[in-house]
Design a protein around this ligand. Structure first.
Ligand code: PGA
Length: 251
């Protein structure tokens, strides 16, 4: 049975003290809540060690928002998958559209990042999604299929089992425009079918597929009620413990 997951993506927000405070608030809130999903926060590299020290990772998983496509060496400013794992983090987000758009990450670099993350025992939350033009010209399904094929379909079945997919239509990220629950379901079912064609029905059924893009407490219940939507990747609404918990408890 696949897991439901709600993961926060803090992006480039909070200083270390602010981040530690927010992580503590979420960690505390989880103690009293009835939660029917795994909960993860992905935070800036600088925060990982300090946050690992104040949360219970049996209840609140910790992740990074990126890692390097190289193992180690003369790559000034980069942070390797091994470094991320050594902080205690268990997850890493890869392929976020902001990384693809603003930092030129390609399907090929992402393939390297995924391999290194898995080698270091990290679970990967791999983001895919189309831009508005592709939604409007009807190529969105193929765009997402290609993103998955090019960066993930080199993996063995066992390695693919460590991947969580996140469908994030770029036009819905931080815009307040959410995909409708039917639009999300259409894409999620298509992603699951694409996985089934490569790895078989069992693997496809076991794969967690998250929705991301202006997900909030008010729209999460309808999105999460869809059969192929297994949770969310939450940007803006994860920066406030109460609103994040509103989504966590939406199942
Ligand atoms: P948003 O971001 O919830 O602020 O739209 C989602 C994401 O980019 O992961």
């Amino acid at each position: 049975m696949r897991k439901n997951i709600v993961a926060g993506n803090w992006k480039m927000n909070t200083t270390v003290p602010e981040g530690v405070k927010l992580a503590k608030e979420v960690n505390e809130a989880l103690k009293d809540a009835t939660v029917k999903c795994d909960v993860v926060i992905a935070v800036p590299f600088t925060h990982l060690t300090a946050i690992d020290a104040v949360i219970d990772q049996n209840k609140l998983g910790l992740g990074a928002e990126n890692c390097a496509d190289k193992k180690s060496g003369a790559f000034t400013g980069e942070v390797s998958a091994a470094m991320v794992a050594s902080t205690g983090a268990k997850y890493v987000i890869l392929g976020h559209s902001e990384r693809r758009q603003y930092y030129g990450e390609t399907a090929e670099t992402l393939r390297e990042k995924v391999l290194l993350a898995l080698e270091n025992g990290l679970k990967v939350i791999f983001c895919v999604g189309e831009v508005l033009e592709q939604r409007e010209n009807g190529t969105y399904l193929n765009v997402v299929k290609e993103q998955i094929e090019k960066s993930l379909f080199n993996l063995s079945e066992a390695d693919f089992g460590q991947i969580v997919l996140a469908y994030e239509p770029v036009w819905a990220i931080g815009t307040g425009k959410t995909a409708t629950d039917d639009q999300a379901q259409e894409m999620h079912a298509f992603i699951r079918k694409t996985i089934a064609e490569k790895y078989g029905e069992v693997v496809a059924d076991d794969t967690t597929i998250l929705y991301g893009g202006s997900c909030k407490p008010s729209n999460a219940p309808a999105l999460f009620a869809k059969p192929d939507v297994d949770g969310g990747l939450i940007g803006g609404a994860s920066l406030d413990a109460a609103s994040f918990m509103g989504i966590v408890t939406a199942f």
